[in-house]
Design a binder for this molecule. Structure first.
Ligand code: HSE
Length: 401
């Protein structure tokens, strides 16, 4: 019997306990042993839960119990999740988490602690919810020369953008709808400002660059500035707007890591991903493009990935493919200035003449009451120089994929 403890009996903790309990035969067959949820750590009591007798309030009880083989940290937030994780690893317990905040901030350090202690630290559920993406990348794809990892990494914003495109609704109305369905939190900032996606692309980038770059060194834009006029311009271009996390690895150069809305060709694989779904596309040689698609959030999908990690540990322990990365340099933020793309820009109608003079060779898009163009390929620094010389702030700026 394998004894485990679950830290946090919220949405993901509850889903994890339910999967282990309901699918106990499948879990035992795949893991090679029965799983016993010996403790559940939470501030609250759950007298009506069949697992209510497992609930404890003191982490020390779990830490000091030599029977606990694996700790599942699904508390959310950085603290005390980070401290509990480090302590459990040092005590020789494997740790599994869905906590992208902890992995994106302390993942390098926690992997090192796990390595020294001879145990596993696994976080498949931290990116893409139920989609297996971390294990396939490190176990089956890293032998390619990876040129890019990109994805739709946030279901809330993808739902909002899908509503804007399919129903022509405003950003505000689409956000309110996402909140009423429980897809967006009452304070949706981490999603709509791109921070959640930045944490996830930081983790994916670490898998393919061997460096965990600080989230605040990643160029991050959200979707709050996207207007109905941009959706209409995208339609005219035969494109979709998607919030992408991208890590591009030029040969011999620093990676470009970013989160921003992009205008994607409608036939691009990521354009087909709508609603709350997530997808991750890995590009490399010789594989070409491989895309992983599925539910990026929610109790059941996240629990599936958490228990998937548990199965890996039970079957293979530290012998299974494990990520390994060290801290990346925050100076990477400056390298974004060299990132080259085409840019969609919309300006007030009055700026039309100056705009077309500043961006010779740009293609004008028909727009009502404003002037919109798609530029030729320009680096961020070239674009910013021209915008500064123009002296008028754009109404919108979205890069093309
Ligand atoms: N708010 C996140 C999302 C939850 O919408 O994708 C999963 O990380």
């Amino acid at each position: 019997m394998t004894n485990i403890a679950i830290l946090g009996f919220g949405v993901v903790g509850g889903g994890t306990a339910e999967l282990i309990t309901k699918n106990k035969d499948e879990v035992a067959a795949l893991g090679g042993d029965t799983v016993n949820i010996k403790y559940i750590l939470d501030l609250r009591d759950f007298p009506n839960s069949p697992l209510g007798d497992r609930v404890v309030h003191d982490f020390e009880q779990i830490l000091s119990d030599p029977e606990i083989d694996t700790v599942i940290e699904v508390m959310g937030g950085s603290h005390p999740a980070y401290e509990y994780t480090a302590a459990a690893l040092r005590a020789g317990k494997n740790v599994i988490t869905s906590n992208k905040e902890v992995v994106a901030t302390y993942g390098d350090e926690l992997l090192e602690i796990a390595r020294e202690a001879g145990v596993s630290y696994r976080f498949e559920a931290a990116v893409g919810g139920g989609i297996p993406v971390i294990s396939p990348i490190i176990g089956f794809i890293r032998q390619n020369r990876i040129t890019e990892v990109r994805g739709i990494l946030n279901g809330t914003t993808n739902y909002i953008l899908t509503k804007m495109f399919t129903l022509g609704e405003s950003f505000e109305a689409s956000l309110a709808d996402a909140q009423s369905r429980g897809y967006a939190e009452r304070n949706p900032d981490a999603d709509i400002l791109g921070l959640d996606a930045a944490r996830k692309i930081a983790i994916l980038a670490a898998l393919v660059t061997d460096r965990l770059y600080p989230t605040d060194a990643i160029h991050t834009e959200g979707i709050v500035g996207i207007r109905a006029a941009d959706v209409s311009a995208a339609d005219k271009l035969g494109r979709q707007i998607k919030l992408l996390g991208r890590c591009i690895i030029p040969e011999g150069g620093s990676p470009f890591i970013m989160v921003a809305p992009f205008l994607l060709p409608s036939d691009a694989p990521l354009s087909t991903v709508s609603g709350v779904y997530n997808a991750v596309e890995v590009l490399g040689e010789p594989i070409g493009s491989a895309m992983f698609f599925g539910p990026g959030a929610g109790a059941a999908p996240t629990a599936s990935a958490v228990v998937g990690d548990l199965m890996q540990i039970m079957r293979s322990g530290t012998r299974c493919a494990t990520p390994s990365f060290t801290r990346g340099d925050a100076a990477i933020k400056a390298s974004f200035e060299g990132f080259v793309s085409r840019h969609y820009l919309a300006f007030p109608e009055g700026a039309r003449k100056d705009l077309l003079n500043a961006f010779v060779g740009a293609t004008e898009i028909e727009a009502v009451g404003e002037c919109a163009i798609v530029t030729e390929y320009l680096s961020e620094s070239e674009l910013n120089e021209r915008l500064a010389a123009l002296g008028v702030a754009p109404l919108s700026h979205i890069r093309l994929l």
